[in-house]
Design a protein around this ligand. Sequence first.
Ligand SMILES: Cc1cc2nc3c(=O)[nH]c(=O)nc-3n(C[C@H](O)[C@H](O)[C@H](O)COP(=O)(O)O)c2cc1C
Length: 200
Amino acid sequence: MIVEGLMTTENDDGTPNVSPMGPRVDDGWNRLLLRPFRTSTTYRNLKRTGRGVFHVTDDVETLARAAIGRLPSPPTCERRPDSGFILTDACRWYAAVVERLNDAEERTSIELRVVERGTSREFLGLNRAKHAVVEGAILATRLHLLPQDEVEEQLRRLRPLVEKTGGDAETRAFRLIEDFVRSTHGAPAPTSVDPEARDG
Ligand SMILES: Cc1cc2nc3c(=O)[nH]c(=O)nc-3n(C[C@H](O)[C@H](O)[C@H](O)COP(=O)(O)O)c2cc1C
């Protein structure tokens, strides 16, 4: 099964990179199969350092912000020498090491073995607005592949789920996605941290 969440990896300057990713996971959560593009920071960091931490979370605002390059700064995380960066506010985390990496194609294939895991807090539960934000965030990272009309139409269909079932965080996150889609259609994919915020 593919589970959408947040992957942290270490940049070459020692800072964390936080990126939404959807690895295929096995039943026991012992292995993760990731397929990041060669252009992604996640791929470059995994290749260089050989490890990363995957997080299961219900914090879709952070996920949406990471997807569109609007994290005000990297989210609070703990750096563990043997595991990597663990996001403080995620529900569960899986520290993993790269066992196989095939980057012959533009879309790479990276197999990781989970070496350590932990639970920080409970998962809220299923919520349609949160899932709508996840779908919207995925659309926002595919603007270079999909026609604008199609993206906007899909966002229009998702919006009622946010209005009917979401809280403030979901409403904010969805609005950020809509604004991003309106303003940046066709522009290159963002990096996950807002460069202005990082510089400031
Ligand atoms: C929920 C979600 C899941 C995603 N899963 C993947 C994935 O499995 N592989 C991938 O290449 N990109 C995936 N993306 C898109 C990346 O997050 C996006 O390209 C991002 O800019 C890569 O960030 P990075 O360069 O910091 O690694 C996903 C996006 C979202 C919102």
